[in-house]
Design a protein around this ligand. Structure first.
Ligand SMILES: [Zn+2]
Length: 486
């Protein structure tokens, strides 16, 4: 008995030692940086974003509704507003409406960088109009904010990058590395006419990029419990996308003599099976690298937990499982979005069909999802097929040890000294997916501060950007271009 106790005690001591060792060697991954002075914004800078918002470059699902004059107007406006960019960079219009600027570098041995944004914005739901404090396309400047559709997503990306380049040109800065600026015109409907065409165009010229920086994460306060500082979340991967149609055809007939299970019943059972058999959680996937960066910044108790995920994994998992947003970052998600069947109350439907949308974790695949669904549903009566919406495989995971990531991390630390940097998995889709053949280093980060309310304004009501934050956004791009040119 005594022997067992001694063994037990020894095991506890060893375990405590391992936990403590892991915790103490769970070092901060934040880069040390000297804060840089911010770009001096004047009223003209603010007015240029305000004007850019006024062009109603809306993307509609039905691309025939595109207002080409709005895009042409925006192009003319950019040409006259950034005269040095206009005279010293080359501009190619790809597929008529997408813009590709090239600022030639002096050293062809260095791979170019590519900064992205998109010209199009989502439509404004007329029902929300009364909720807007200012008309969505007026570009009103008030109380320290610039208001309007596109203020955050993402006219501010275009104008801030052009402000940065114009500023550097004025200073006679000459990049060693070529800088591309790429602005597609249909990101909100998949980017296949815009960003994909730009990427194909560059690929035909055998361009290899050092990195791509697109929208995605931003600087957010209060997202990680236990972390007080704002966190700059930088997307290093994004999920894939596939919608599957599940359909069943039965005999139909009169409802007075029904079979034991109707088409509706068969399909409902299949959806229930899918919802009760979610895709497995990946505690070591792209969704969890965030913990490697925020974990060391937490208090001792939380540090101990995140440094010892081999032991506390299930505890962390049960916490992440509580919120839809955190659960989604840990596995391929299953969302039944359409369910249709039946026409008349006393007639058995012949057909029932449903659409289930999956957002695929890096590491999984479209085919993997199809196989999993067939296995779980396990019912010969049900046909599983992809819908007309073309699926996207999940992205690769960008290398956190690359020089490219260091440039983005270092720049963030210099321009936002009060902010922590953390890589994360983007749950939606961005135009950057189209650039996968041009570089392994794709980062998704919009250097703008957002609070909880701002997040709801994106694609929502009263979208706006603070002038103070916009100044930092421009400073970020200036500093990034400098840091990318050793
Ligand atoms: Zn966007």
């Amino acid at each position: 008995m005594k022997k067992i106790l001694i063994l037990l005690l020894a095991a506890v001591v060893v375990l405590a030692g391992v936990l403590l060792f892991n915790t103490l060697s769970f070092h901060s991954k934040q880069l040390k940086a000297q804060a840089v002075p911010l770009y001096p914004t004047d009223d003209a800078v603010v007015q240029r974003l305000s004007r850019a918002i006024q062009f109603q470059t809306v993307s509609y699902q039905d691309s025939g509704k595109m207002d080409t004059s709005a895009f042409n107007g925006l192009h003319r406006f950019l040409k006259t507003s950034f005269p040095l960019v206009d005279s010293l960079l080359t501009l190619e219009k790809i597929n008529t409406y997408s813009l590709l600027y090239k600022w030639q570098g002096s050293n062809p041995a260095l791979k170019p960088i590519l900064l992205m944004a998109h010209q199009d914005v989502v439509p404004v739901d007329p029902l929300t109009l009364p909720g807007w404090a200012h008309p969505p396309f007026a570009g009103v400047v008030k109380d320290g904010f610039i208001f309007g559709r596109g203020a955050l997503d993402i006219k501010s990306g275009i104008t801030s990058q052009l402000e940065a380049v114009e500023f550097l040109l004025k200073q006679n800065f000459k990049p060693a590395r070529t800088v591309y600026l790429a602005y597609g015109h249909d990101e909100e409907i998949g980017g296949r006419q815009g960003a994909l065409q730009i990427a194909n165009h560059l690929e035909q010229q055998h361009v290899e990029l050092e990195y791509v920086l697109d929208e995605g994460g931003s600087i957010i306060s209060g997202i990680v419990p236990g972390v007080e500082k704002p966190v700059a979340i930088i997307g290093i991967a994004e999920k894939g996308y596939v919608s599957l149609e599940l359909s069943v055809e039965e005999e139909g007939g009169h409802s007075s003599m029904p079979p034991k299970q109707s088409a509706i019943g068969i399909l409902s059972a299949a959806i229930t099976k899918l919802e009760t058999h979610p895709f497995p959680t990946q505690m070591d996937g792209a969704g969890s690298v965030l913990f490697d960066y925020v974990g060391p910044e937490m208090d001792f108790g939380m540090r101990l937990v995140f440094a010892n995920r081999w032991l506390f994994g299930p505890v962390i998992e049960s916490q992440l499982d509580k919120k839809n947003s955190t659960r989604a970052s840990m596995h391929t998600t299953t969302a039944a979005t359409i369910f249709k069947s039946g026409e008349k109350e006393n007639v058995l439907p012949i057909k029932a069909y449903a659409v289930v949308n999956f957002r695929i974790m890096p590491g999984d695949s479209v085919q993997g999802v199809i196989d999993y669904v067939k296995k779980v549903v396990n019912d010969q009566r049900i046909t599983v097929a992809t819908t007309n919406q073309e699926p996207d495989e999940p992205s690769g995971v960008s290398d956190l040890h690359s020089e490219a990531f260091k440039m983005v991390h270092q720049t963030t630390a210099e321009v936002f000294p009060d902010v922590l940097v953390a890589p994360y998995l983007v749950l939606g889709a961005t135009d950057s997916k189209h650039y996968k053949n041009l570089t392994k280093n794709i980062f998704r980060f919009e250097p703008t501060r957002l609070d909880d309310a701002d997040l709801k304004r994106i694609h929502g009501t009263d979208e706006r950007i603070s002038i103070e934050s916009y100044k930092e956004t421009i400073s970020f791009y200036i500093q990034l271009i400098k840091n990318s040119n050793p």
